[in-house]
Design a protein around this ligand. Structure first.
Ligand code: NAP
Length: 299
């Protein structure tokens, strides 16, 4: 019997734990956790993400600050705002929604966020801490952190003896995911567009993580019987069966056929997706605990 992971339910359990932790910090140290979210320009999808992040921060009992800047904002103005937020003692996390409009040097903006407030986990200091195995000192990128919650709830904290394959080597997901799996003692392979015989590589995986951006690329005969399959891809494809011009979301894994072979699998939507925002809240409360000199909770 295949287990289909309910990402919404797991995300809700993480959010509950975040609420408890933020309340405890308020009660014990008089510190209210604070998150600033910055959005530049008019991209509707980014606006939807940002408003759900701000709303969730409020639900978690945080101070939630949103800065909505016009498309024509300059690099200097945005850099100045980041400096102001860096200095604001009431804010423990800063998130600049990506992608920024094309005229920005995004990397310079991201690297100007104080590492201890970089709740997206994209600063080189945080990437470096993860790469050196310092999981308790830095902040981990939210989507891989969320995918890892699924892995640990399925296999426990120690992945000794298990083979993990991550398809995708992006800084945002593939590399940090591979490092999290490695830190948990899995034997890790990172596959990408230049990998030879990808299907055979994947068939070796006890834990297969797909983060490619290609609809339903992973087929049933790529999956080792009994494997755990985590689908990170979000792809919008045409759905003429729903009516003319309609579309639907699918992952990088051909869900129906792979679910017949895997022991555990995540759906799209409703799998990894809801975890990203939950882990953003988790990172923010972790940052607040550290700033208050307290041992941060684990999620
Ligand atoms: N909140 C969420 O749920 C969330 C968050 C982040 C990302 N995502 C989704 O996850 C997917 C990946 O995101 P990303 O930011 O990591 O994407 P990305 O930066 O475009 O990276 C894609 C990776 O897939 C590899 N790849 C492309 N075609 C391939 C092929 N035919 N065979 C094997 N590997 C191939 C690329 O290899 P090369 O390096 O060789 O080019 C690259 O490493 C997207 O669908 C994205 O929407 C979801």
């Amino acid at each position: 019997m295949t287990t289909v992971i309910d990402g919404k339910q797991v995300a809700a359990s993480v959010i509950d734990a975040v609420k408890t932790a933020s309340q405890a910090l308020k009660d014990q140290a008089g510190v209210k956790t604070g998150l600033a979210v910055v959005i530049v320009g008019n991209d509707p999808a980014s606006h939807a993400y940002v408003s759900s992040k701000s709303k969730m921060a409020k639900e978690c009992g945080f101070t939630s600050v949103q800065h909505t800047l016009p498309e024509e904002t300059t690099q200097e103005d945005l850099a100045a705002l980041v400096q102001t937020l860096n200095k604001d003692e009431t804010l423990h996390g800063i998130l600049v929604q990506l992608p920024l409009p094309k005229h920005f040097n995004s990397e310079a903006i991201i690297q100007s966020i104080l590492p201890e407030k970089d709740v997206d986990g994209l600063h080189v200091v945080n990437a470096g801490k993860l790469a050196t195995g310092d999981l308790d000192g830095g902040l981990v990128s939210c989507t891989p952190a969320g995918a890892m919650v699924f892995v640990k709830r399925t296999h426990g904290e120690d992945l000794s003896g298990l083979n993990a394959v991550v398809i995708g080597r992006s800084n945002l997901f593939g590399k940090p995911m591979a490092q999290l799996l490695l830190a948990a003692n899995a034997t890790v392979t990172i596959a990408h567009s230049r990998t030879k015989d990808l299907a055979a590589v994947c068939r070796n995986a006890d834990i297969l993580v797909a983060a490619v951006g290609r609809p339903e690329m992973v087929k049933a005969d790529w999956v080792k019987p009994g494997a755990t399959v985590i689908d990170v891809g979000i792809n919008r494809i045409a759905a003429p069966e729903k009516g003319e011009g309609k579309s639907r979301l699918v992952g990088d894994v051909a869900f129906d056929e792979c679910a017949k072979v895997a022991a555990v699998i995540t759906p799209v939507p409703g799998g990894v997706g809801p975890m990203t925002i939950a882990m953003l809240m988790a990172n923010t409360v972790i940052a607040a605990y550290r700033k208050a000199g307290k041992t941060a909770p684990k999620f």
